[in-house]
Design a protein around this ligand. Structure first.
Ligand code: VG1
Ligand code: CO
Length: 543
């Protein structure tokens, strides 16, 4: 074994996006590419010598190779101990849980989340801090700045670690501990939810299906749903993590989780269906022939939280990302607790959770979570729903419809235009931005613009400001159109258009959102010239 300092030169574009650095696998496979980024992380960490890091990934192609490089670099950079999930597997929420439980200094997650995997797919890397959450912008910016001046990295030349053998191994002065990926996480879930009650409900004939989409949640879902909770074998679909996710797109929405959707919308389907994404932090919730929007899901979990053991004492507050619907705000208002509006990306929830200002958080992009960890958590959301269903003994559809009757319905939809020309996308946003001041007060049909701005956020805890977080056009009746460019894509640009309209009338709650939002959909195109500028006649994905 020998310690090597390898000369290197910076790569451009190693800038973490909404959730870490995501690039095509081919980009990561270039000599020194991953090493440069990892060294930049180590270079900006202060006082990490002798400390513990948690490392794991979603099992996608290049996961094992990347972990070997990372471990050898950790050894060469004076890290004391690394906890690694067996086989290199750890879901994003499990990493967060393990960092917190063992008081680790931080963690590194290898994942490109919902992006496809395999040699032609994507890879990613993300740094999490000691609270278990994604590094805040000041850290990711420091890492990026370091990537641009880097001229060397340190690595230990040593044989590979056996990632499949549980227990301790030495890599130079670094202790590597291979741990079971599921145990700590399952124990945390058992403390939050009434497993006995859910087990009884499942034994009474209530049927569930969970689609792990050949991604990281397979082992967790099998252990928890089929193991601890006694759901019949076969309740977990696609439960084997595969490097290419079986050729699928591990994004739990109506388009990509079609196997589950067909099951739930077919005849004699299960009562409850759910899916998660590549790294296990997202969730989609389905009832029989019924889809729950993630924004509604957050609001419903909040409204029912006190029925669940972990949240029996009530919520301190709710936080949602700006484009997420305002359904949660209505619940917060009724509960008399604050509702915070943050930019897109889980890193903005960390301070609110640490300061005890928020208990539940959510994003419209199938992300829900709480103060139990500092990441969004797919299986947690599924267990939360199961617990509520087991208490209320009503169908998913009944629970959602009753919620709308009580609070009104925030009709919501997101339209994604994927892989569009990056320059055209920038121009579209720039043009829209320029037109904002002139929009206020203008009317189209029944819609009058009340405000039009580019969302800027000041963190109430540390006072840091993040600007240009999405263009919002709000109407006097409370409806909104929001435009953002994705910060997780790897090819071209992805335009996201978020549409929301409040419907108080229960007689209209059953309307298809695409119909109920037709006026806004048309207006969204007109105001931003989407079709003309992108050349697309319709969105690629509607959620
Ligand atoms: C998307 C979602 C955002 C989410 C992010 C990471 O970002 O919109 O809400 O936090 O993905 O989720 P963007 O910038 O593409 O809109 V994950 O599960 O990919 O870590
Ligand atoms: Co994810």
């Amino acid at each position: 074994m020998s310690l090597r300092t390898v000369p290197t030169t910076p790569f451009s574009g190693q800038k973490p996006g909404t959730s870490g650095l995501r690039k095509q696998v081919k980009v990561f496979q270039q000599p020194h590419y991953l090493e440069n980024f990892v060294q930049s992380i180590f270079d900006v960490l202060e006082g990490s010598a002798g400390q513990t890091l948690v490392v794991g990934g979603d099992g996608r192609y290049y996961n094992r190779e990347a972990i070997q490089i990372l471990l050898k670099m950790a050894a060469a950079n004076g890290i004391g101990q690394v906890l690694v999930g067996q086989g290199g597997i750890l879901s994003t929420p499990a990493v967060s849980c393990i960092i917190r439980k063992y008081g680790a200094y931080g963690g590194i997650i290898l994942s490109a989340s919902h992006n496809p995997g395999g040699p032609e797919g994507d890879f990613g890397i993300k740094y999490n801090i000691a609270n278990g959450g994604p590094a805040p912008e000041k850290v990711t910016e420091a890492i990026y700045a370091r990537t641009q001046t880097l001229d060397r990295y340190r690595i230990l030349e040593a044989p590979d670690v056996d990632l499949d053998r549980l227990g301790e191994q030495n890599l130079g002065s670094l202790k590597v501990r291979i741990i079971d990926p599921v145990t700590d996480y399952r124990e945390l879930m058992e403390r939050l939810f009434d497993f006995d009650l859910i087990r009884d409900y499942l034994a009474s004939g209530f049927r569930m299906a969970f689609d792990a989409m050949h991604a990281v949640t397979g082992p967790y879902a099998r252990a928890i749903f089929q193991g601890s909770l006694g759901a019949p074998e076969g309740s977990v679909l696609n439960g084997q993590p595969l490097p290419d996710f079986g050729g699928g797109h591990p994004d739990p929405n109506l388009v990509y989780a079609h196997e589950l959707v067909e099951l739930l919308f077919g005849e004699n389907g299960p009562d409850f269906g759910a899916a998660s994404d590549g790294d296990g932090d997202r969730n989609m919730i389905l009832g029989r022939k019924f889809y729950v929007t993630p924004s509604d899901s957050l609001a419903i979990l909040a409204a029912n939280a006190q029925r669940v053991p972990g949240y029996r004492d009530g919520l301190a507050g709710i936080a949602r990302s700006m484009p997420t619907s305002q359904a949660a705000d209505r619940v917060a208002a009724k509960l008399g607790i604050p509702c915070y509006e943050t930019p897109t990306g889980w890193k903005f929830f960390g301070n609110l959770l640490d300061a005890g200002k928020a208990t539940l958080c959510g994003e419209e992009s199938f992300g829900t979570g709480s103060n139990h960890v500092r990441e969004k958590d797919g299986l947690w959301a599924v267990l939360f729903w199961l617990n509520i269903l087991a208490v209320r003994r009503q169908s998913v559809q009944q629970i959602v419809q009753e919620h709308w009757q009580t609070y009104g319905r925030n009709v919501y939809s997101r339209h994604d235009y994927e892989g569009i020309d990056a320059v055209a996308a920038q121009e579209l946003m720039e043009n829209l931005r320029l037109s904002l001041p002139s929009l206020v007060g203008q009317s189209w049909g029944s819609q009058t613009v009340e405000y039009a701005d580019d969302f800027s956020y000041t963190d109430p805890v540390d006072g840091s400001t993040s600007s240009k977080q999405g263009i919002r056009i709000g109407f006097v009746n409370g409806s909104r159109i929001v435009y953002r460019l994705s910060g997780t894509g790897t090819q071209g640009a992805t335009l996201r258009v978020y549409l929301e309209r409040f419907e108080p009338d229960p007689a209209k709650h059953g309307l298809d959102p695409q119909v109920a939002l037709a006026e806004h959909i048309q207006l969204a195109d007109q105001l931003a010239q989407i079709r003309a500028r992108t050349g697309r006649q319709q969105p690629d994905v509607i959620t």
